[in-house]
Each structure stands twice: as C-alpha cells, then as structure tokens.
Design a binder for this molecule. Structure first.
Ligand code: ARG
Length: 456
C-alpha cells in the first residue's frame, strides 16, 4: 500500500522497513489523547476560519464516532498503519472523504505526538499520585494499629537502639510523601501545550494556540516551537521520579524480605501475598517484595535508555524520539502494578511483636541509654560512653545483658550507679524518653501520623 507521504518518494517501502519504522503497536495506547487533541485542533481551525466551520463540525463528529467505536470494540485499530496518528487520520478520511483530509492543516505529527504524550503521561501522573496516597494511608494505618511495638533499630544492619516499629515504617511514609511532591512538580512542567509548534517552525496560518492549550487543560502554550517538538524533559523527569519511587519501594521490599525470614520473623505476610515452593513444602516466599525489588532494575534501565537516546540528537524532531515511548510506558505500568501489589501486601501483613521484642532484648541496644544515665547523674558523656563500653564487654564475657547485670558489678565501674538504673535502661523507657522532635517516642509517632494524614 502507498504511504500517506508518497510524493517525492514512490511511497513504496520494504515490509521489513515498515515493521522497523512502525510505532503503532505501542503508541495505539494513546488513541484517546490523539483523538481529543484532534478534536480541539479541528475546533480551532473552524473558530479561526482556517477551514469552514461546518467542515470543522463534521470532523469533530467524525472523530467522536471513531473514539466511540474504538472504545466499544466495534472499530479495531489497524496495526498495519505506521502509527496511531496515521490510523486516526486515515479512518477519518475513509469515513468523511475529502473533508477528513483537512484535519492535518497547520499541524504536524511532530507536535501531535508531543501533545499526545503529554496528555497521556499527565493522566498517568495523576493515577500514580493516587496510588501513592493510598499506600501512604495504609502505612499510617499500620503504624497506628501497631503503635507500641518495640524492635531493634539498626545501623550497618547491626542492632543499634530500640525504636518503635511504627516509627520505622513511618520513615517510608515520608519518602512517599516526597515522591508525591516530586510528581506534582513534574506535572507542572509537563502541563505545557506543544500543539501549534507544527513541524518545528510554527505555521503561516493564523492559529490560536491559546485556545488549544486552554481546551486541553494546559497551563499555556510552549514559547518556542522548536522546543515544543524536541522537548522530552518531561518524560525523563517522570522516569526519574518513577525510579525514585521504585527505589523506595525496593528498600522497603528488602526489609519486608528480611523481616519475614526465620532469622527475623518480625512480620508474617498474608497467604494472599505469599507464594510456595514446588519442592519445599515449608516455604512461604515473599515473591511480591522480591519482584518489586527486581523490577526496580528494569525501571532504572528505562530511565538510562531515554537519557542515552536523547543525549546526541540535534534539534528538532528526529525519529530516535519514537524510542521515548516503550520505556516510559513500561515504567508507568510497572510502578502502578508495584504500588498496587505493595499496598495490598502491607495492608494484610501481621506483625510479630514478641519476636521484635526478643531481638531487641539481646543486642545491648540500650547501651547508649546506660551512658545517658551516667550523664544524668553528673558524668561527662565521653567518660560515660567509655564506662558503658567496658560494662558491655564485661557482660558479653560473663553471659549477662545490661538488664541482668548485678548492681554491685555496676558500682565497680562507677559510684554513680544506683538501683534506678534498671528502670532507666528498660526498653520501654528508652523509647518513651526519646521525646526529641521527630524521634521514636510514641507522641512523636502519633504526631507524624496525624501530620502526614492531614497533608494528603
Ligand atoms: N510515530 C512518531 C513518533 O512516535 C510520530 C512522529 C513522526 N514524525 C515524523 N516526522 N516522522 O515519534
């Protein structure tokens, strides 16, 4: 079949060249945005009398029919077309005859594809934001339900200080809140309208780019037509925002995997988010968390792919830019799925406070508090720190923990020790005393939950 662009070339191409060139297999997902953009374009052409008003109306009705028919399934997208833009225009011309051929006045596929992609990704940003909000709410709810459970907090994956499990997971709520903010920021820069840039230089027709921008819900038309068709920053920016979201999900996944192992058993995942083994009957595998962690690598690849594609291309449009879509669509689909599965997994997990508590009892995680005790009694921190270190070493040598270390022995290290030391270093006390703003104390956690929920 001859191509729409037949003219200076014969328009006859090898089928392998067609396959290579074609993007309809992945850009057809933008059919709705493509048609909506075309409807507004036709309205503008009519308003400005670039084409006759009644022709514009016919085009609009024709496009609405195409949209309705694709949605209902009665019209199948013809995968032999080069891309979705060609398909819609061809279908319109098949339906309307010569009037259909007027739609592409004062427009190019270069500004058209830039428009479609912005409209599509704008929806995706909104959807991802909603999914993030849902996850943040679930984290807050889990923290609220399990407010008082004490676990060891870690640095270097070594037991460090007692913390509340709720405080630990609220750290993730903070990350996802920042992700939301990043998406908001990204949406702002994305929401600029490229249509009317045409091939690259604008047009000789008296178009109204503000009309198009407004009717498509943008904040305004882009200022420079060359930038309008060559800018893919919004794709790179969204990809990097999604990469950060995946990084957060992946870190959280790593902890879920550790916590659900027999070595920790701080949590148990619900059966509905756990898989078994085909050979080992005892296995409860955290596949969902592992897959989120694994898919993060793929999304980083999507980001690197786009940055590399863009880095060497001159202005304005080059066909390289067609490669922008598969990566971002993959990342968008992956992050949406990951957020949905992850939310369900968190919502249904059960904590095992007794195991957290056992782990917290064993690791001398109140040694800082022992030093603080001496400081409270008048010693300087650096001295107190040294004394506590020696006591811990003695405990380890002789099979004690700080809670069971006899008071006479404490006194051998410092005259300042009295019976109240045991209460001072109890894990509850250690946690309750951490009243500094943003610390692990229960009031701070409650404040965090409240503030986060209010900010949604
Ligand atoms: N399918 C193309 C893309 O995704 C549409 C733009 C084509 N423009 C062109 N000058 N051939 O980038």
């Amino acid at each position: 079949m001859k191509k729409m662009w037949e003219g200076v070339t014969s328009g006859v191409t090898e089928s392998i060249a067609d396959d290579f060139n074609s993007s309809i297999s992945f850009d057809s997902r933008m059919y709705e945005q493509d048609i909506k953009g075309s409807i507004v374009h036709a309205l503008m052409l009519g308003e400005k009398e670039i084409i006759a008003k009644d022709e514009a109306e016919k085009i609009v009705v024709g496009l609405e029919g195409i949209l309705k028919d694709i949605k209902s399934g009665s019209l199948k997208i013809d995968m032999s077309c080069e891309d979705i833009h060609m398909f819609v225009e061809q279908e319109l011309t098949d339906r309307l005859g010569d009037v259909g051929k007027k739609l592409h006045t004062a427009r190019s596929r270069n500004d058209q594809v830039a428009l479609d992609l912005r409209l599509t990704l704008r929806n995706d940003v909104d959807e991802i934001s909603e999914l993030l909000k849902k996850l943040i709410k679930i984290i807050c709810q889990k923290a609220e339900e399990n407010k008082e459970q004490i676990m060891p907090g870690y640095t270097h994956l070594q037991r460090a200080q007692p913390i509340l499990w709720s405080h630990h997971i609220m750290a993730y709520a903070m990350m996802f809140l920042r992700d939301l903010d990043r998406l908001k920021d990204c949406r702002k820069r994305m929401n600029i309208c490229p249509i009317g840039s045409c091939a690259l230089a604008g047009t000789t027709y008296d178009t109204d780019r503000f009309f198009e921008s407004e009717n498509l819900g943008f904040d305004g038309p882009c200022l420079n037509s060359i930038d309008g068709v060559s800018d893919r920053d919004f794709v790179a920016e969204l990809l990097s925002d999604i990469s950060v979201i995946m990084m957060h999900l992946s870190r959280f996944s790593e902890e879920i995997i550790l916590w659900s192992s027999w070595e920790f058993k701080f949590i148990e995942l619900s059966d509905s988010y756990t898989t078994g083994s085909s050979i080992m009957p005892q296995k409860r595998n955290p596949d969902m968390a592992e897959l989120v962690r694994g898919k993060t690598g793929r999304v980083y690849g999507d980001l690197m792919g786009l940055l590399t594609t863009l880095k060497g291309i001159p202005l304005a449009y080059n066909k390289d830019m067609q490669e922008d879509k598969e990566g971002i669509f993959d990342a968008v689909d992956t992050v949406k799925m990951s957020l949905k599965v992850f939310s369900g997994m968190i919502e249904t997990l059960k904590t095992k406070p007794e195991n957290m508590r056992t782990a917290a009892n064993k690791g001398f995680i109140n040694a800082t508090d022992l030093a603080d005790y001496l400081v409270k009694k008048g010693d300087a921190f650096r001295n107190a720190y040294k004394i506590s270190g020696r006591i811990v070493a003695d405990c380890m040598k002789n099979g004690y923990v700080l809670e069971t270390y006899p008071i006479e022995k404490y006194k051998e290290f410092s005259e300042l020790f009295q019976d109240d030391v045991y209460e001072f270093i109890s894990l509850e006390e250690c946690v309750n005393k951490r009243i500094s703003f943003g610390g692990t104390g229960p009031m701070s956690v409650i404040h965090q939950i409240k503030t986060v929920l209010a900010s949604l």
